[in-house]
Ligand binder design. Sequence first.
Ligand SMILES: Nc1ncnc2c1ncn2[C@@H]1O[C@H](COP(=O)(O)OP(=O)(O)O)[C@@H](O)[C@H]1O
Ligand SMILES: Cc1ncc(COP(=O)(O)OP(=O)(O)O)c(N)n1
Length: 270
Amino acid sequence: MRNYKIPTLTIAGSDSSGGAGIQADLKTFSAIGTYGMSVITAITAQNTQGVFEVEELSKKIIRKQIEVVFEDITPKAVKIGMVSSPEIILEIVNSLKNYNLEYLVVDPVMISKSGYSLLRPQAKENLMKYLIPMAYIITPNIPEAEEITGMKVNNIDDMKIVGEKILELGPKYVLMKGGHLDGDAIDVLIGEDIFEIYKSKRIDRKNTHGTGCTLSSAITSHLALGYGIKESIKLSKEYITQAIKYSFDIGHGVGPVQHFYKFTKVEGEI
Ligand SMILES: Nc1ncnc2c1ncn2[C@@H]1O[C@H](COP(=O)(O)OP(=O)(O)O)[C@@H](O)[C@H]1O
Ligand SMILES: Cc1ncc(COP(=O)(O)OP(=O)(O)O)c(N)n1
């Protein structure tokens, strides 16, 4: 059930082309049916063909955005995407510690599909030491999981082993995204007492800009709406699969996925 009175927050970078980052997150929140808010960490000059420039925002304005949002509208769930520097990560971690946050979804964004590095190499340590341990769930793709653990992932067995390694850093759950492997698109959810496989047919589309951002925002929305972890991943996997299926050509490169949801009742409807 959609409920636009349930607030969700994304802390991430802006994608000027609207396909990934803050823009994808807000579109997802809206389509699934929560009230979306944003804290911008960096501005990227980006389109469907690549990322051309990045300007990080100051720690001061990042901290202030978090502070005034939480003072006024407490989010039910928060998603973190692009957080490019060690200082920005620390600022966010310290700011969030002031609040009693139930659901923190961390998408450890590292490199865009076009190959641009969105995480400075020196930021990896703070990501692993401070941010990942705070997460309710972390959603690495295969290259990110390999970077975090230094281990190779070639199949589902490896996804389980590497996911368990990431779990040791302290998050409650790890969702290993398998979009970068060959064959079916298989994601694996790992927790202390959970191992679940979510499988969909690989869709042969070139327009997959923003898939990772969209999936993590969908999980954030579903958790905020009150679904349990397994159901939130199941519904979010359905959402991203549909979004890729209906992705479209716009621009000259890798186009965006499409944001819409099967009709569900809205809370408060008469
Ligand atoms: N071609 C595809 N067909 C169907 N699902 C896909 C496809 N590519 C990615 N996915 C799914 O999209 C989500 C994002 O996956 P992935 O591509 O691994 O992450 P990222 O966008 O962060 O690189 C996952 O649920 C994955 O299984
Ligand atoms: C501002 C910004 N944040 C994150 C990403 C990466 O997004 P992702 O969903 O992983 O999509 P692709 O880069 O793989 O298309 C981004 N590009 N920009």
